[in-house]
Write a protein that binds this ligand. Sequence first.
Ligand SMILES: [Zn+2]
Length: 427
Amino acid sequence: MIIGIDDTDSRKGMCTTYLCALLREELSSFAKLISEPILVRLNPTIPYKTRGNASVALLIECDDKERVFRHVTEKISSMACLDNENTNPGVVFVLEDQFDSVRDKLSSFFKCAVKDVITIDEAKELASELNLEYKAFKNGRGLIGALSACGAMLDLEWDYTYEYLAYREKEVWGTRRTVDEKSLFEADRVTYPDTWDTVDLVNNMVVCVPHSGDPVLYGIRGKDASSVKKAASFVVSEPVERVCIYRTNQGTDMHLMHVSLISEIEEMHSYILEGEVSSEPITIRGGHTIFTLKDEAGDVIDCAAFEPTKNFRELVRKLIPGDRVVVYGSVTENTFNIEKIKITELATSYEIHNPQCPSCGKRMKSAGSGQGYRCKKCGTSSDISDKKEIERDVMPGFYEVPPCARRHLAKQLLRFENEVLPVFPGR
Ligand SMILES: [Zn+2]
């Protein structure tokens, strides 16, 4: 059977993945664990999400299903942060004889929950319609992620990566984490590009160690289980209570949809949009860099490289009106939040000077607005200004935000194959 769980955590403590790791160990005493657990990230623009909008699914084999239902529900009741108003756990069980009949609906629900905005009622309706055993705690928002994770387990068609999560011993939760930074840089040096986003070389930062009060000590992301395991073997840290390796939709761009017209863009959705830069980028208070992008219909949208994207903003500031780009990212508050940008064509820009006199070689003066130029020395007139092409300090190519600003779902440039333009990883 598949067990999908979501929304057991809060900003202060717990973590749905930790609960999953614990359950795996407990269930293994009376059930057989099949395959690796799944960690899915849903629509990143949903505001009521707990930290990363993550849910999990386990695949097990067990004859005593009642015992599994009871064990898992009791565990969630006792461990979830139920007194937190934003924690609304949900758990869904899909029995093996249901797999074929629910597969299509659950896998499209999963894809929908990554791209779209789904209501709790829609989730409850689907769970009832499919006759699934489930439990919704409090308002039941967690059912959305729980159903999605089950869908991900049933669907074999999606792109995936891996994450190795190391958890802390309970006594130290909420205290400062002890992880040797040098060992993380070494793990990255040895295993990149099979692992990624462990550290941020450009900004000289550790990325894989969270700062919140939850049980996660660090997380290593990469292309397969053996690579993330290898990277973790280099890490020197405080005692690790347990580890768990997840198959995940992180780093896949699963949230993005192609759109050609800005008028078709909806709030809280994520897109790949091509257009022409139509204003000089400006940097506003707070350090956010913004320019407008125009589509083929002439509509415009603000595109932003926010302050946390650090050095990525320097690239964006080099754009000029007329440049052709493709932006990748989410739309909230009418602003396109750029995760990646492909610069496909650079506009030519000129410096305009007063021309030299064709007769005597002296620099001519403007003869007044719209009246061309006139040489003061010999009286020659000319309409032609001295135009000089400015050399651009940027190249066509594919650029991404640095690892320290990466969203869970955003696909790393190193994961793109057969890319025609040069790729400039943000590390
Ligand atoms: Zn002259």
